[in-house]
Design a binder for this molecule. Structure first.
Ligand code: ADP
Ligand code: TYD
Length: 207
């Protein structure tokens, strides 16, 4: 339930190329048109420090070790929650975020086999335990997603198919574990049809 005191936190998740940014942008436009004060943001890279972290985490120039990769995403999120997400929620706004903690679970836990208890602890430390109210998970075949991404791939997108299959299944496990919060969307449907589903769920939760 949406409350002006607390704001409302919506996240968009899924493998690269699943179509979540397109839908997140469309939802933000719709919410603003209906008069909701709404902020669109994304991870990694929404703050001044985050933009630098994004380069370090995703550029093909660098090859961070696993521990460094985990901590880069945490550093980005700590700054993001502290400077952008929490202040806007405290002003009673709706915050729509392209990727958040479920990406850490899917890519670093399921994709890279990092200990889940550590990831939860690191998240709780980085964010003072901020979790989304509503999450859209876009599920899509890897072949279709890769076709959409094309040839210009960042460091994560250059991982192999087995990695992305673990990530995709990981997202589905998360959705199974949190059915109240996570709505699974079939990313192979057309943009308009998906948008109708996203709006239905969102306005249902806000009412
Ligand atoms: P993501 O943020 O998940 O990486 P984007 O929303 O940026 O994905 O979409 C990746 C590409 O796929 C873009 O070119 C976009 O126009 C296209 N696209 C997005 N949604 C769909 C869809 N439902 N069907 C076909 N193409 C789509
Ligand atoms: P980005 O270009 O933002 O991806 P997309 O356009 O598909 O949303 O790249 C973010 C990449 O970082 C993506 O491959 C997922 C990865 N990532 C993690 O591995 N862990 C995380 O905690 C986050 C937030 C992102």
């Amino acid at each position: 339930m949406f409350s002006l005191e607390k704001g409302y936190f919506i996240t968009f998740e899924g493998i690269d190329g699943c179509g979540k940014s397109t839908q997140a942008n469309n939802l933000v436009r719709s919410l603003k048109n209906k008069g909701y004060e709404t902020v669109f943001t994304r991870e990694p890279g929404a703050t001044v420090i985050g933009k630098e972290v994004r380069k370090l985490a995703l550029s093909n120039q660098f090859d961070p070790c696993l521990e460094c990769e985990v901590l880069l995403f945490q550093a980005d999120r700590a700054e993001h929650v502290s400077k952008v997400i929490r202040p806007n929620l405290e002003e009673g706004k709706i915050v729509v975020c392209d990727r958040y903690f479920d990406s850490t679970l899917a890519y670093q836990r399921y994709g890279r086999n990092v200990n889940v208890d550590f990831l939860v602890q690191a998240h709780d430390f980085s964010t003072r335990s901020l979790y989304p109210d509503l999450t859209f998970l876009f599920d899509l075949d890897l072949e279709v997603a890769f076709e959409r991404i094309g040839d210009r791939r960042d460091r994560m997108e250059n991982e192999d198919l087995e990695f992305f299959e673990r990530v995709r299944q990981g997202f589905l496990e998360i959705a199974k574990a949190y059915p109240q919060r996570v709505k699974v969307i079939d990313g192979s449907k057309n943009i308009e049809e998906i948008f109708r589903e996203v709006c239905l769920s969102t306005y249902d939760c806000l009412s």
